[in-house]
Ligand binder design. Structure first.
Ligand code: SF4
Length: 309
């Protein structure tokens, strides 16, 4: 069976091979809500349907927020957090729909699965394929194709610094050129900055209605579009694509070595990064953690509809 390698999967293994094993091979998912993932899904869903021309602004908000309906808050604190994130997501979608430049779209949410090639021989890997989903492909006035990525970010300024080395952009430019069998000019990266604003409080008590908070947050976005939104063209040089292709092949070789040795490495430098790894209780062998803190996902790649059972 061919194993599908996506950007997320490759990145997770770079972060920690054990984490990648637990997530993609054992398919364990933390029971605790991952707000970043949930909001990312809501944002992508709303924009996907809007880009397809299937919904207007209100429809984009509605379909995006529907993806959060599965979350059942169990405390007052969780209820507050859910409502806060729903409004923040709504404002980001409305702001994006109002300000992203119209593009001539050739494809929306394009999934792909292509063979991984040995750059030295051109032979296909028998064990691994490259997969993923590109937010969009658009054509400029000169007939050049670009990939289109819609992102949310904590800081537009810092996000722009990631363009040069972004593996995801390189991977998608590379994959799209093979899928369409045409050169890809680069990536158009559109981003909206997430807000940390919350409803007003007095003496610790919330004194602003959710409606007033939403109006204030939208007004803040609209007052300074250049601060909260960016749209940039990012180019990839042929050498970067070549380097990526070589590293992708190395990824396959490293996985083969890992499988042969039966040893899955722990990157202990990552355990406490970004709020802590969700698999820490498992790696610490906490009794009963596997059953109580995680569930088994039916999907290997949550972001794809391609099923690779
Ligand atoms: S807790 Fe540390 S070693 Fe274990 S999966 Fe997470 S990052 Fe890897």
């Amino acid at each position: 069976m061919v194993e599908l390698l996506t950007h997320s999967r490759i990145t997770m293994r770079q972060t920690c091979p054990t984490k990648e094993w637990l997530w993609y091979v054992e398919r364990l998912r933390p029971r605790e809500v991952s707000w970043a993932l949930s909001i990312g899904s809501a944002w992508h869903r709303g924009l996907e349907l809007w880009q397809r021309g299937e919904v207007d602004e209100d429809g984009a908000v509605r379909t995006g927020l529907e993806t959060l309906d599965w979350i059942r808050p169990e405390s007052e604190e969780e209820r507050y957090k859910l409502q806060l994130e729903r409004i923040r997501t709504e404002c980001m979608i409305r702001f994006a729909v109002r300000h992203f430049k119209p593009r001539r779209l050739v494809a929306v949410e394009r999934e792909f699965e292509i063979p991984i090639l040995n750059p030295a021989t051109g032979h296909k890997s028998r064990k691994y394929a490259l997969g993923g989903k590109i937010d969009g492909i658009c054509e400029d006035e000169h007939g050049n194709l670009w990939i289109l990525e819609n992102k949310t970010t904590a800081s537009i300024e810092q996000f722009k610094q990631s363009y040069g080395m972004s593996q995801q952009l390189t991977l998608y430019v590379y994959a799209a050129s093979r899928v369409f069998d045409r050169p890809i000019a680069g990536a158009i990266v559109r981003a909206v900055q997430k807000s940390r604003m919350e409803p007003k409080r007095r003496n610790g008590e919330v004194v602003e209605t959710w409606e007033d908070f939403r109006d204030r947050l939208l007004a803040e976005y609209e007052s300074n579009p250049d601060k909260y939104l960016s749209e940039d063209e990012v180019i990839r040089a042929p050498e970067q694509i070549k380097q990526f292709e070589s590293e992708l092949w190395m990824e396959c070789l490293e996985r083969n070595w890992q499988a042969r040795s039966g040893v899955v490495r722990h990157n202990t430098a990552n355990c406490h990064q970004y709020g802590g790894c969700p698999f820490l209780p498992l790696c610490l062998n906490v009794e009963g953690a596997r059953e109580s803190l995680y569930f088994l996902s039916t999907q290997q790649h949550d972001e794809l509809s391609i099923e690779t059972a």
